[in-house]
Write a protein that binds this ligand. Sequence first.
Ligand code: SAM
Ligand code: DTB
Ligand code: SF4
Length: 344
Amino acid sequence: MSTQAIEMGGTLPCLEVGSLRLDAVARQDWTREEVRDVFDLPFNDLLFAAQWIHRQCFDPNAVQISRLLSIKTGACPEDCAYCPQSIRYDTGVERHELMSVAAVTEAARDAKAAGATRFCLGAAYRGPKPKQLEEISEMIRAVKALGLETCATLGMLKDGQAEELAAAGLDYYNHNLDSSREFYPQIIGTRTFDDRLDTLEKVRTAGMKVCCGGILGMGETREDRVGLLHELATLPIHPQSVPINKLIPIPGTPLEDSDDIDGLELVRAIAVARILMPQAHVRLSAGRTQLSDELQALCFAAGANSIFHGEKLLTADNPDTDADQSLFARLGLHGEEPGCGAGN
Ligand code: SAM
Ligand code: DTB
Ligand code: SF4
């Protein structure tokens, strides 16, 4: 297989990898075959292509740092088979109702002091009710006033709700497709893939940035991973942030006994996301506690440039902040200034 960078007088350079021609221009017309071909590249060619594209769009040693807070935990009416917060599964998660604005602001202040530039509010809702949205809008205003970027993940949105969030100063809305259209019904029965696309459309129309990705390791096939990444890369605008979660198998959920995904398959998926959506931040999201430092380093080399920092995700564990600090030092990585990168 030949890998060759071609200078195109005056235009962006292009990389020839076998029969593929890749460049750092965002395009939405990827075919599923092309995505499959990228996924199937020899590992070294794939990593080289991903690094080559990454370097045209980002500082390769900068990583965007987000912090998550579960503002409403557990008792969710949805049936997502991976989720510890669904009311249908006995997972022992400690439930709590919507936190106060003061407590959220305090947590955001701590996150900022620890180096986070974006603060993400997560709520275990099917979708927010009007009164809840009002309170969450207050939280967003307070977090924004601290000089942090804001993100929220509150489930499905109804007409007008995205506009309300945007007016409160919400920068990003997180809503994941989770897997391919074909595999999705095996994981979630209480809302459809098209419901998810509809919420993403509302977020875009309200002028907010989209954070949208999926989970690997739920028993899906390579073809499902191809399908998920193809779906993301052919949205009308690429999501500005693409979280790639590795399933955290939670006892009590239907997926508790899922086979661990091959680490190299995770690296491949990140590299493909980087190549298909050159200007997006690709987040190495849930599941880092189960990854070795070496595997995380490969993910960063494949184009991951965002993480969740802090010892908790929503309910599950995340690496200790000391461990992350030492990993960053060993890899020569540093936190990214807000608003960096070609997609911002
Ligand atoms: N209820 C909202 C929703 O579903 O949109 C927001 C919170 S939900 C927990 C956000 C995302 O977390 C899910 O879409 C899923 O991708 C991810 N997630 C949940 N449980 C997970 C697990 N056990 N392992 C990996 N990712 C998980
Ligand atoms: C995303 O894609 N991953 C984050 C965030 N968006 C909200 C959530 C991961 C949750 C992991 C399980 C837990 O902490 O409960
Ligand atoms: Fe509820 Fe979100 Fe968990 Fe699904 S992923 S059960 S919607 S909290």
